[in-house]
Ligand binder design. Structure first.
Ligand SMILES: [Zn+2]
Length: 188
């Protein structure tokens, strides 16, 4: 009887907010960048959201620039051919938004309400465009780590840094992978 009740336990997806039965693990930073530890608890993201994210991830991570660094760091096969020169902007943007939202949910949840980052979740869940863009300005000084020190250290071993900075007028998320650095800004 207990087993029966447990097997029917529903989880609520933190992206689309729907209840679901899946118990899959969600890697906040894709496993194909070398991350194996920084994950969400089982069932926190539903299969339908997870499948959607896999499309952005595949588009970004198999593009020429990203693939080159993944091959250099030994997390992609050396003979793999890139699918395209650069990731489409929409794929890159949602790839970054997903990592930003999930990492903050996991490690700095107090920021979600403070800066109304629900706009990011809505873009991921229903495709509603947020006032969020990728900027090329790399001069974001003194950004703070999002993961706690153990996870930051583990991700750093894989050349990955997730940082944020809140300034008047915008919330900045900095994602770095080796020499690749992308800044996402949500304007207030
Ligand atoms: Zn979902």
């Amino acid at each position: 009887m207990l087993l029966c009740i447990m097997s029917e336990r529903l989880s609520k997806c933190i992206i689309c907010l729907r209840e679901h039965h899946q118990e899959s693990l969600e890697h906040i930073v894709p496993r194909s960048l070398g991350n194996i530890h920084y994950i969400l608890r089982k069932g926190m993201v539903c299969r339908s959201c997870n499948n959607r994210f896999a499309r952005y991830e595949s588009a970004v991570l198999t593009s020429a620039t990203w693939l080159k660094h993944r091959q250099a760091y030994g997390v992609a096969k050396a003979d793999l051919k890139p699918h395209r020169p650069n990731p489409d902007l929409i794929d890159l943007r949602r790839f970054l938004i997903k990592i930003c939202y999930e990492s903050i949910y996991q490690s700095r949840p107090e920021l979600l309400l403070k800066y109304n980052l629900d706009l990011l979740r809505e873009e991921l869940a229903i495709g509603k465009a947020s006032k969020c863009e990728i900027i090329t300005d790399k001069s974001i000084k003194d950004a703070k780590n999002i993961p706690g020190w153990i996870d930051s250290w583990r991700l750093g071993n894989n050349h990955i840094y997730l940082k944020y900075k809140a300034l008047e007028g915008g919330f900045y998320f900095v994602f770095s992978y080796g020499p690749i650095s992308n800044v996402l800004v949500l304007k207030f």
